[in-house]
Each structure stands twice: as structure tokens, then as C-alpha cells.
Design a binder for this molecule. Structure first.
Ligand code: NAD
Length: 442
């Protein structure tokens, strides 16, 4: 079976490579020539555990190909074309569909036989219909009477564990409106079905909505817990205890209940915004999600507020060490990362920031340049620091050498944005320690 995966970013590269792993012949297409040239040399554009080996293995066994030409990919006789291009937020918060619709236009312009055009990108309800219309218009322009189907197959993988998530999914959602497309999609996913991963076939609008509803629900859990954690601090409760107390209720579940410095990344912020916008356009107000967004925007400033309060508003000339830059561990992705908000607010106050991240420093340099000083390792940046702020819970930061840290730092203060340290231990060793949602602050 031959397929094309258009858009070779986090989702496209992982999905394409994992399909290749099951024996499918996959052509990954991207308009970014440097990305494709590098991939052809075995150099990956993203950092994702286990991906490099898998890409190299499948390139060598010729199940995975890379090109900048969708036309060339279509000429290989593909049965399925996935669109995994970006859908960034437009200025008004709605999903910008220009890349998805451009892929549809090219498919209509170059397809030579029946195929299923599948949208894997996260797109608003009704996008499949827009895609269908554009392909048909292009075919009409060419005077060709070719049949095709559209499908929605949203992706639920998480950066940092993307390969595991793709190969061992909780479920696969397939939106189709033709038996032929359904049969082709089920054939493609047969290796997953054989391994008993649930495949849920549904109508296309419901599949499109499922992805937004899933991300919105997860974002809601995070903002809910952050809100409760902030109240815990005020009333003298401990959010960690509350988290355990409610997470053990199977109706609630323990995941996504960790209070922290706010959610970021390429998905939750933009998907919550886009669903709010879809509802607004349909004269319905998604009040819960509006609050989820507002709570998260406030939460991204929580570490800044704590540090400001600790230094009694006098931040000018201070040096703060920052552990973590990526929006979560095991990725170099910094889209909407809380670290960016923290850095911006601190620089406004005349603070010197020294930062370290195990993999995201190159990405940080690309985004914000040298406005912060980068360290060789996590201890390097502690020299003469007035406080340490932990914003990403990389495993490297979990059991640090506290004696060494005390010798390096000007002042023994830790602001833990991910609640990874033992407060009693730090307090007994004379550290000032603040986490999120705990009253045991000093
Ligand atoms: P990304 O920005 O990493 O990758 C998108 C790629 O598409 C880029 O390499 C870009 O050059 C390419 N592209 C744009 N226009 C193109 C065109 N006309 N032809 C070929 N390539 C083109 O994006 P991503 O993070 O992989 O996300 C892709 C989609 O998947 C988004 O809709 C996102 O919401 C969704 N999604 C992302 C994740 C995630 O964890 N990143 C998870 C699930 C779903």
C-alpha cells in the first residue's frame, strides 16, 4: 500500500515513519527544502525520542521517502494522501486553513487516480467539505472525471512520546462518508486493529469535533487544577494532597491534574481558541473554555508573580537561573511555552536570565536569540544566581545535587513550577522553596 504524508513536522514525520514501520510505502512531502534535504541525509528537523533510528531504518529499507514535490508523490500511485500541515491560529483565534486548503488544491491539480484525501491536521468542523470542494474545482479545471473521497483522521499523539502514542494508541478515530474510503482506511490501520487498538469509525464532522473536544477537555483539567492550586495556597491547603485525593476517583482520573506553570505547546492553546471561535461563529458561547483560557494566561505568569513577591518588587539587577525552556519535557518544542512568558516578564524588570534546557536551547536561540545567557549544563547557570526557577520537569532536574547548588548560588531560593521537589527536604536544608499550590512556602 502506498500513501503520501504532506507536511513533515511533528505529526507528519512521526505518523509517516510509523506507517512505514508497518510496511506501508510512505512518501513524506514538505515545502521546506532544507528540511527535506536534511531528512534525505538522515538529519531530523525535530527532537523526538526514538524517531531518528526509525527514520533511518525505514529509509534504508525503502519504505520511507522524502520529497518537496507532492506531484511526484502522487505519481507514485498513492491510495491515501494525508494532510498533516500546520493549522496555526489566525489573528482572531480561528484555525488558519491556508496550508490545508493549499494541499487540497495541489491534490486536485495533480492526482491521476482515485484516492482518499485524509485530514490529519486539527481542523474545524466543516473543513473536509472545503477540501472536497477545492479538489473537485481543480479536477473540473482539468476536465477530469476522477473520483475521490475525503476523510478525517485526527491525531492524538503527544510530543515526547509520539512514537509510542502513534503505535499504541488509546483509539484511532476515522471519519468517513463512503464505504470505499472506510475500507481503505481500515486496511491501512489493520496492523493496529490486529493489536487490539480500538478503531472508532464515525461521520466526518464528529471526527473533526472529537479532536477539539479531547484537547479542550485536557486543557480544562489542567486549568481546573491550577485554579484549585492557587486557592489552596490562599486557604492553606496542599494541592498535591488534593490532586491525589481527587485523582484516585476513577470518574475523574489522575492524569492532567498536576498543577504547574500553565499549559503551552502547539496544540492546547490554539485548539481551545479555535473551538471558542467556532462556537462564537455559531452564536454559542463556550463559557467553560473561555475561562480555561483565561486561567491559563494567568497561570503562565504565576512564577513571575512569586519571584517578584519574594524580591519585594525589586528585581532590577538580579540574576535568575531558569531550568527548562521547552513547553514540556522530552521535546524541543517551545511554541507557547510558559518559559517565553516568564523570560519576557523578567527582562522587562531588568533581570538577567541564565537558562539551561537539555534539548531546546537551539530552538530558544532561534526564537529569542541571546536575550538570555545559555549554559553548558544545569549547574553552570547557577553561578551567582539569586534564585532558581524550574519551569520544565525534565528528568535531569529531578534529583539535583543540592550541596553543589548551594555553593554556586548567591542565594538559596527555588521556585518550582512543576512541584518536583520535596518541600520538607529543601526547607530542612535552609532553602527558600515555593512550589505551585502549597502553603509550605517558607
Ligand atoms: P509543524 O509545524 O511541526 O509541521 C507542519 C509542516 O507542514 C511544516 O514542516 C511545513 O513546512 C509543512 N507544510 C506547510 N504547508 C505545506 C504544503 N503546502 N505542502 C507540504 N508541506 C507543507 O506542525 P505539527 O506540530 O506537526 O502539527 C500539524 C497538525 O497536526 C496541526 O494541525 C496540529 O494541530 C496537529 N497536531 C499536532 C500535534 C503535536 O503534538 N504537534 C498533535 C496532534 C495534532
Amino acid at each position: 500500500m502506498k500513501i503520501a504524508m504532506v507536511g513533515t513536522g511533528y505529526v507528519g514525520l512521526v505518523s509517516g515513519t510509523c506507517f512505514a514501520e508497518t510496511g506501508v510505502d510512505v512518501t513524506c512531502v514538505d515545502i521546506d527544502k532544507t528540511k527535506i534535504d536534511n531528512l534525505n541525509k538522515g538529519i531530523l528537523p525535530i527532537w523526538e525520542p526514538g524517531l531518528e533510528d526509525m527514520v533511518v531504518r525505514n529509509v534504508n529499507r525503502k519504505t520511507l521517502h522524502f520529497t518537496t514535490s507532492l506531484k511526484e508523490a502522487l505519481e507514485r500511485g498513492v491510495e491515501v494522501v494525508f494532510s498533516a500541515v500546520g493549522t496555526p491560529p489566525d489573528e482572531d483565534g480561528s484555525a488558519d486553513l491556508q496550508y490545508v486548503l493549499e494541499v487540497a488544491r495541489q491534490v486536485g491539480a495533480y492526482m491521476t487516480d482515485y484516492l482518499v484525501m485524509v485530514t490529519k491536521s486539527t481542523v474545524p468542523i466543516g473543513t473536509a467539505e472545503k477540501v472536497r470542494k477545492i479538489i473537485q474545482e481543480e479536477l473540473d479545471k482539468r476536465g477530469l472525471d476522477l473520483s475521490f473521497d475525503v476523510s478525517s483522521n485526527p491525531e492524538f499523539l503527544k510530543e515526547g512520546s509520539a512514537i509510542q502514542d502513534f503505535l499504541k494508541p488509546d483509539r484511532i478515530v476515522i471519519g468517513v462518508d463512503s464505504p470505499k474510503a472506510e475500507a481503505i482506511m481500515l486496511k491501512l490501520y489493520r496492523p493496529f486493529e490486529l493489536n487490539n487498538y480500538p478503531i472508532i469509525v464515525m461521520d466526518i464532522p464528529s471526527a473533526e469535533m472529537t479532536k477539539y473536544a479531547a484537547n479542550s477537555m485536557l486543557a480544562t483539567k489542567i486549568s481546573f487544577m491550577n485554579d484549585i492550586a492557587n486557592l489552596c495556597e490562599i486557604v492553606g491547603a496542599d494541592a498535591q494532597n488534593v490532586r491525589r485525593g481527587i485523582g484516585s476517583d476513577t470518574r475523574i482520573g489522575s492524569q492532567f491534574l498536576y498543577p504547574g506553570a500553565g499549559y503551552g505547546g502547539s496544540c492546547f492553546p490554539k485548539d481551545v481558541k479555535a473551538l471558542i471561535k467556532t462556537a462564537d461563529e455559531n452564536h454559542y458561547s463556550l463559557d467553560i473554555l473561555k475561562s480555561v483560557e483565561a486561567v491559563n494566561n494567568r497561570q503562565k505568569k504565576v512564577l513571575y508573580t512569586k519571584v517578584l513577591r519574594y524580591f519585594k518588587g525589586q528585581l532590577e539587577g538580579k540574576t535568575i537561573a531558569l531550568w527548562g525552556l521547552s513547553f514540556k519535557p522530552n521535546t524541543d518544542d517551545m511554541r507557547e511555552a510558559p518559559a517565553l512568558v516568564f523570560i519576557e516578564k523578567m527582562l522587562e524588570q531588568g533581570v538577567k536570565i541564565k537558562a539551561y534546557d537539555p534539548v531546546a536551547m537551539e530552538e530558544s536561540k532561534r526564537r529569542i536569540g541571546d536575550v538570555v545567557e545559555y549554559g553548558e549544563n544545569q549547574y553552570d547557570i547557577l553561578r551567582e544566581a539569586d534564585a532558581l526557577v524550574v519551569i520544565t520537569e525534565w528528568s535531569d532536574f529531578r534529583l539535583p545535587d543540592l550541596d553543589k547548588m548551594a555553593l554556586l548560588m548567591n542565594n538559596k531560593a527555588i521556585f518550582d513550577g512543576r512541584n518536583i521537589y520535596n518541600p520538607q527536604e529543601l526547607l530542612s536544608l535552609g532553602w527558600y522553596y515555593e512550589a505551585i499550590g502549597s502553603h509550605k512556602n517558607q
